[in-house]
Design a protein around this ligand. Structure first.
Ligand code: 3BY
Ligand code: FES
Ligand code: FE
Length: 424
């Protein structure tokens, strides 16, 4: 087989995979789980990467992780290394973390601080805006230094959330409207004055969509999450039809307090399948935050917050993030795909930047509930994947009352992939 045959084989396969994906999504019943290949086939995974992770807005981290000039973090979006760095003017930029010489990763650490970005291979040096400053003396007279800057990725920040988009163009849609609302809802938390208290990176042998599906329903909570259910209410919105009279009273009291303090709480959603959504939900009566006993996780409240009972402001961003904002700490979650049957779930806990570890907060206490919950969800996701791999697997129905969040996710996923495929 010569080089051309190889290329032809590959492109024919991916072309077929795109067609197959379009057919499967077209034929999919809206309230059933997906056909097997969409959860385990490497070629279908490749289409997911091309049409979702290399084109859509993704949550990558918080601005307060890189508070000063030259602070950076790196992230891998499938096989794409990405670098997010704070510039001297305070702005945050994202680059493809691949050197314009022969392609080495430039920043190799998970996070760090630099004056300039220096490639470890042959020391090509870029400034924080990605301009190539120095390429040694060996590149010859015809070498155009200014043509060899790092490639930029689209990057937007709102309310402390940093999003990147690896597509050539930004996707169409109402993302900016979501960002405006996010900024407004996040104002009380003053994210710039927070710091990362603790982080976990969990490897999960499951397709990324199974991780998101699991998060979009609490049908599994009663049977699996005793720690989480000490404080979390099982429904996802304040107007859930299952809400009891007791909940309605509790919500009325809480929301009146929030209104009095000018704390936003009403449900807002954007895009197909409620792709981006924000709602503040009360926690269980008598609890303050998502710790094991529902008592404070940190002695310092965030931003301008005075009331320890802020409930949890839940922020969803499809395809890869859900979040819980509370009075004294907030927790962000990020899912990134590795392969058809592998994902990585990153969880980060933030506290006030002046809070002192061991005095105001104990990281071990802070992380207890979600460490337990993540581990329980990892096992559920992996068992889900193993069962789906069976020749006996057949797509099954979602519950209308408990799994509407998955129906929404699938609506967004299906519409996005189909539209992106059509635009090719
Ligand atoms: O994100 C949450 O809080 C929960 C965990 C399980 C279901 N999901 C809505
Ligand atoms: Fe970066 Fe050579 S690959 S300097
Ligand atoms: Fe769960």
């Amino acid at each position: 087989m010569n080089q051309n045959d190889l290329l032809n084989t590959t492109s024919a396969t991916i072309h077929e995979a795109r067609q197959e994906m379009a057919n499967l999504l077209e034929a999919r019943p809206a309230n059933y789980s997906l056909p097997q290949p969409l959860y385990n086939d490497p070629q279908m995974f490749r289409v997911d990467v091309e049409e979702v992770f290399q084109k859509e807005w993704l949550f990558v981290g918080m601005s307060s992780e890189i508070p000063a000039r030259g602070d950076y973090f790196t992230v891998e979006v499938a096989q794409n290394p990405v670098l997010v760095v704070r510039d001297a003017d305070g702005s945050i930029n994202a680059f493809h973390n691949t050197c314009r010489h022969r392609g080495s990763r430039v920043c190799t650490e998970h996070r760090g601080k630099v004056a300039n970005l220096v490639c470890p291979y042959h020391q090509w040096t870029y400034d924080l805006k990605g301009n190539l400053l120095f390429a040694g003396t060996e590149m010859g007279d015809s070498f155009e230094q200014q043509e060899h800057g790092l490639k930029k990725a689209h990057c937007k920040t709102a309310g402390g959330f940093v999003f990147v988009c690896l597509g050539k163009e930004e996707p169409e849609g109402d993302f900016d409207e979501f960002l405006t609302t996010l900024e407004e809802y996040m104002e009380p938390y003053d994210v710039e004055n927070t710091k990362l208290a603790v982080e976990s990176n969990m490897y999960e042998k499951a397709n990324w969509k199974l991780v998101i599906e699991n998060n979009r329903e609490c049908y599994h909570c009663a049977g699996n999450h005793p720690e989480l259910l000490n404080t979390l209410l099982e429904w996802d919105d304040t107007n859930d039809p299952r809400a009891s009279e007791e909940f309605k009273e509790h919500y009325a009291t809480q929301s009146a307090e929030w209104d009095a303090e000018g704390i936003p709480h009403e449900h807002q959603s954007f895009g197909p399948g409620l792709r981006n959504r924000i709602v503040r939900m009360p926690l269980k009566k008598g609890t303050k935050v998502m710790t094991l006993d529902g008592e404070a996780g940190c002695k310092k409240l965030l931003g301008r917050i005075k009331n320890p009972q802020m409930g949890s402001m839940r922020i969803l961003h499809l395809p890869n993030s859900w979040n819980h904002m509370q009075s004294d700490h907030f927790i962000v979650f990020r899912v990134l795909p590795i392969s058809a049957q592998e994902s990585i779930v990153t969880t980060k806990w933030f506290v006030h930047k002046d809070a002192v570890e061991g005095v105001d907060y104990d990281p071990a206490r802070l992380r207890q509930v979600w460490d337990a919950t993540n581990e329980q969800d990892r096992i559920l996701g992996e068992e889900n994947q193993r069962g789906i791999n069976s020749i006996g697997y057949q797509p099954g129905p979602y519950s209308e009352s408990f799994e509407f969040g998955i129906v929404n996710f699938m609506e967004w996923y299906s519409e996005t992939v189909q539209q992106n495929l059509k635009k090719r």
